[in-house]
Design a binder for this molecule. Structure first.
Ligand SMILES: [Zn+2]
Length: 535
């Protein structure tokens, strides 16, 4: 046998390493770009290669080394699937207990496998051939999967361009020019805008959680805030709601500009032209000479906003920014630790943002627009009512609350604990800002309400009513301007009202409309205004 044929025989570890990458890629085509597949291949196949040479050095046997590497990869990558399979039938949900016997069990299995591979006296040529054939079949199946999904995309209107090639679209023709008039010597107010993701309206907090939020609401009212009573979000998801309000218009134009069946989020959360970061509100403030302060909260985006003058509270940059690699690694034996670690990161940036929010403006002489969007009270459930760290799945303070004692993990209760933490931090923020400068404008909003037992694809009137009721609190420093804040407002008019009230703009206040949509179809909008507004 010549050298080449001999070498090509040990291909199974590398095929086995490529298989999970291809399978997970096939589930995410359209959401991740093709070049994102390169990094996971380099890292995972590279590690397999490194391991192979490591074992070859020790055992001086190519067949055995290759089989050991294949065993290691199978154990690492099947772990997550076995874990979630067991987790599904568990009673107490997500918990470290399972990892504490599952990890040793997998370790033992792997140890036994490696032991017998090393000890065996056979040449293992047959085993190698069989493994090669099996791994080739697996990779072919994975490639078939990729092709199948790609064919589906190609057959959908506009999906080829938007999901496979990500053609950038210039949306600017859809926006009005910002007109304003600021007098010389006029005191220009700083504007603070805090989005508390999924923070529901008070009556919804009562309806679904029996939680009375009046302490927080009374505090805000005592400071001069107007809290809307019959307000709604215009869209049920952050990825629609925030781009609409930050661009001061309904985003129905995306349906024909991008295509109603397209799933790619880039037109919304992309770094360069995405409507979340690259928005009209920030551009308008910049035109008026404001400095822009944003926070790296990795909610919809995990990059610095290019339009901002400073961006605060960075997490540590890491390789998991490659979404495909992140997803792959989460299914492995390391998934548990990666989840805990990314929760720590999220806690870190959230607390940092809430701490720095009121202080950020001190850095500039110019007026500032300070904008933060935090994952609070939105899941994951990682905070107790005073900001204590919780691991999702682990009941917090059960012994302190008799009514929850023994009831186990209760997401609605965890949600309320995050509402309580958000309240505490928000009250501090409001105190700090007003103490420093009572002429600032402060806006605190949820981008939509909650989604308990909600049918996304065929929502009932109640589902829509639950999801669209969001917190909407606005502070105008001048009492006579507070009359512009209406009880039955929707988010899309927030900055139209602010610019009209304080910057001499003359924006039309848009008719209140609400649209339904879900994450698999971000550009499909179904009008549900009738469900919410009595004609
Ligand atoms: Zn949201």
């Amino acid at each position: 046998m010549n050298e080449l044929a001999k070498k090509s025989k040990k291909i199974h570890p590398f095929l086995v390493a490529i298989f999970p990458i291809l399978i997970i890629y096939s589930h995410n085509i359209g959401r991740v770009e093709i070049e994102e597949i390169i990094l996971p291949i380099i890292l995972i196949v590279g590690s397999a290669l490194g391991l192979y040479y490591f074992w070859k050095l020790i055992l001086k046997n190519e067949n055995k080394s290759a089989i050991i590497v294949t065993l290691i990869i199978i154990v690492l990558f099947s772990y997550g699937h076995v874990y979630y399979l067991l987790n599904d039938v568990a009673i107490d949900g997500f918990d470290i207990g399972k990892n504490s016997y599952l990890i040793p069990a997998f370790g033992l299995l792997l140890g036994i496998g490696i032991f017998f591979t090393i000890k065996t006296k056979t040449v293992l040529d047959n085993a190698t051939s069989i493994l090669n054939v099996i791994s080739i079949v697996f990779v072919l199946v994975a490639i078939g999967n990729v092709l199948l999904v790609t064919t589906e995309i190609v057959s959908c209107d506009k999906c080829t361009i938007q999901e496979l090639f990500y053609e950038e679209i210039d949306f600017s023709s859809n926006f009005e020019q910002h007109k304003f008039s600021i007098f010389e010597n006029q005191k220009i107010p700083d504007v603070y805008y805090l989005i508390l993701d999924e923070y529901a309206r008070s009556d919804a907090l009562l309806d679904y959680h029996e939680f009375d939020n009046s302490e927080f609401i009374n505090f805000l009212e005592s400071k001069g805030f107007h809290i809307a009573k019959n307000n709604f979000a215009n869209y049920p998801m952050s990825i629609q709601s925030i781009p609409a309000l930050m661009n001061m218009r309904y985003i129905d134009f995306l349906s024909y500009e991008i295509g109603p069946d397209v799933r790619n989020y880039k037109p919304i959360n992309g770094k360069d032209y995405g409507l979340y970061a690259n928005n009209q509100v920030i551009k308008s403030f910049k035109e008026m000479g404001f400095k822009i302060i944003t926070f790296n909260t990795f909610t919809l985006t995990d990059y610095e906003n290019q339009l901002s003058d400073i961006s605060i509270c960075h997490r540590n940059v890491n390789v998991l920014d490659n979404k495909l690699f992140d997803t792959i690694v989460r299914t492995t034996i390391f998934g548990y630790f990666i989840e805990r670690w990314s929760e720590d990161e999220l806690r870190g940036v959230t607390v940092c943002t809430l701490e720095e929010f009121s202080k950020a403006g001190n850095k500039f002489e110019e007026p500032v627009f300070v904008w933060a969007h935090v994952m609070l009270p939105h899941p994951p459930w990682i905070f107790g009512p005073n900001g204590e760290s919780i691991t999702p799945g682990k009941p917090l303070l059960i012994t302190d609350n008799p009514e929850f004692r023994g009831s186990g993990w209760e997401p609605k209760y965890q949600y309320i604990q995050q509402v309580e933490f958000a309240n505490k931090k928000t009250m501090q923020i409001v105190e700090n800002i007003l103490e420093k400068d009572s002429s600032a404008i402060i806006i605190i909003q949820g981008d939509h309400g909650t989604a308990w037992d909600l049918n996304w694809l065929e929502p009932s009137k109640d589902d829509v009513y639950q999801r669209m009721r969001n917190l909407d609190a606005i502070y105008f420093p001048d009492k006579e301007k507070r009359g512009l804040l209406l009880d039955d407002r929707t988010l899309v008019n927030t900055f139209r009202t602010v610019f009209n009230a304080y910057f001499g703009s003359d924006y039309e206040i848009l008719e209140n409309k609400m649209y339904w949509g879900w994450n698999a179809k971000p550009y499909y909008f179904e009008e549900v205004t009738n469900h919410l507004l009595v004609p």
